[in-house]
Design a protein around this ligand. Structure first.
Ligand SMILES: Cc1cc2nc3c(=O)[nH]c(=O)nc-3n(C[C@H](O)[C@H](O)[C@H](O)COP(=O)(O)O)c2cc1C
Ligand SMILES: C=C(O[C@@H]1CC(C(=O)O)=C[C@@H](OP(=O)(O)O)[C@H]1O)C(=O)O
Length: 393
């Protein structure tokens, strides 16, 4: 079973990422890994921290001569900002000035519930781990999952479809979305330059007014055969697993599969994707069944149906505001302003990259569950044999 976990605090020495369950023989492309990490750091509206960090994953185990060997892959990602904190973080709470306590919790961040739960009067102990710095480690894990999926012809890409109140307003083809990955500079990762300019103006307004924005990213998986995930148990359904995977990302507050949101208010005849049967050589790429549209987002009954998987993550606006909202001091219990040091103002493109990682890890896990194999060769053989089986169903 493919599993991954992360450790590390935002301003600690390093992040740690651990992936187990990858078959042996998967080519590990360091350049691809670095590029995914770079992509997660991009986007208009990111704060000062991204000028400090230059993320890179150092592989400690599980890879020899450029390929996985079946053992867990352990990676570390250094925090450059650690050098600015290494003398502050060890200072005890007693020395409040030097300790840089966060003692007025930010509405929307994990500060207040975390401090209550873990019994701290300093939310720094909470924010260090709640921080989306952790998503860098997820992207390192996700890059490995993508390296496996690419060997099977399965691709994952994301783009931004909304920032604040500005949206793309049309469907994008997978070919268009794929080109976002290749961009040398990333503004808001939108396929349409005009919509991107409108999105930028939303960020500019937030920057001007000391506010923040949220938005929506879309992750698309191309080349996934029908039959991945299952309807038979609630916790093995592809839709449920994808929702959990994306919802677990910092600031994601809703997940949509296909046209899930508008479908709720649209008649069935306009929602469901009618089925036809094509001549040999055509069809959805896996079978001879075809659909003219993909409102289901590639999943029916918790099972992939051979169409592109389309999953959207809805982000709330960033909670740390330059013009802070009212809060209450842990020390005096009097009204004060929420803490502010520095912050991102918009993170939708970065969250999209983290979303790709989470989707890739979820899909790779189910692919490994279904097709098995301790080596990539064995997995591929099983995968190809299944594709033969369904081709002429
Ligand atoms: C890539 C990324 C960067 C983020 N940067 C910030 C930030 O600079 N400031 C902030 O307050 N929240 C930021 N967040 C969101 C917080 O991490 C998140 O709101 C917080 O941990 C509370 O979790 P919740 O929003 O999921 O409830 C970021 C999220 C992502 C995905
Ligand atoms: C460090 C990253 O994002 C951070 C996520 C984050 C938060 O509260 O989630 C707060 C900010 O951290 P800092 O207070 O150090 O500027 C972001 O920069 C990153 O994405 O690598």
């Amino acid at each position: 079973m493919l599993r991954f976990s992360t450790a590390g605090e935002s301003h600690g020495e390093a992040l740690v990422a651990l992936v187990s369950g990858l078959p042996a023989g998967v080519p590990v492309d360091q350049e691809y890994l670095s590029r995914e990490l770079w992509r997660r750091q991009q986007g208009y509206g990111r704060g000062g921290r991204m000028r400090i960090e230059k993320d890179a994953a150092h592989i400690l185990s599980g890879v020899r001569h450029g390929k996985t060997i079946g053992s867990p892959v352990a990676m570390t990602l250094a925090n450059n900002d650690w050098k600015n904190w290494e003398e502050i973080l060890p200072v005890s709470e007693g020395d409040a000035e030097k300790h840089k306590a966060v003692a007025s919790p930010r509405p929307g961040h994990a500060d207040l519930p975390g401090a209550l739960k873990y019994d701290f009067k300093d939310a720094r102990y909470i924010l260090e781990r709640a921080s989306a710095r952790e998503s860098a480690a997820r992207v390192a894990c996700g890059a490995l999952a993508q390296m496996l999926l690419r060997e099977l012809g399965i691709e994952v890409a994301s783009h931004v479809i909304r920032v604040g109140t500005e949206e793309l307003g049309r469907d994008a083809s997978f070919e268009e979305i794929r080109t976002i990955r290749e961009r040398e500079t990333v503004l808001l990762a939108c396929v349409d330059p005009e919509a991107e300019a409108r999105m930028k103006s939303q960020v500019d307004q937030a920057l001007r007014t000391g506010d923040t924005v949220g938005g929506v990213f879309e992750v698309v998986v191309h080349g996934l055969p029908p039959g991945v995930g299952t309807h038979v148990n609630w916790d093995e359904r592809l839709d449920g697993l994808l929702a959990q995977a994306l919802m677990s990302l910092q600031a994601v507050k809703a997940v949509e599969l296909g046209r899930g949101v508008t479908a709720a208010s649209t008649p069935g005849s306009q929602v469901h994707d009618a089925i036809a049967y094509a001549e040999e050589g055509s069809g959805d790429g896996f079978t001879r069944f075809t659909r003219e549209r993909n409102n289901a987002g590639g999943i029916e009954g918790g099972i992939s149906n051979g169409q592109d998987l389309v999953v959207r993550g809805y982000l709330k606006p960033i909670s740390t505001l330059r013009r802070p909202l009212p809060s209450v001091s842990f020390d005096t219990r009097e009204e004060t302003k929420a803490a502010y040091e520095r912050s991102d103002v918009c993170v939708v493109p970065a969250a999209g990259v983290a979303g790709e990682a989470m989707v890739a890890l979820t899909v790779a896990r189910l692919v490994i569950d279904k097709f098995g194999g301790d080596s990539l060769r064995e997995l591929k053989r099983n995968f190809d044999s299944y594709k033969d089986q369904i081709r002429n169903f």
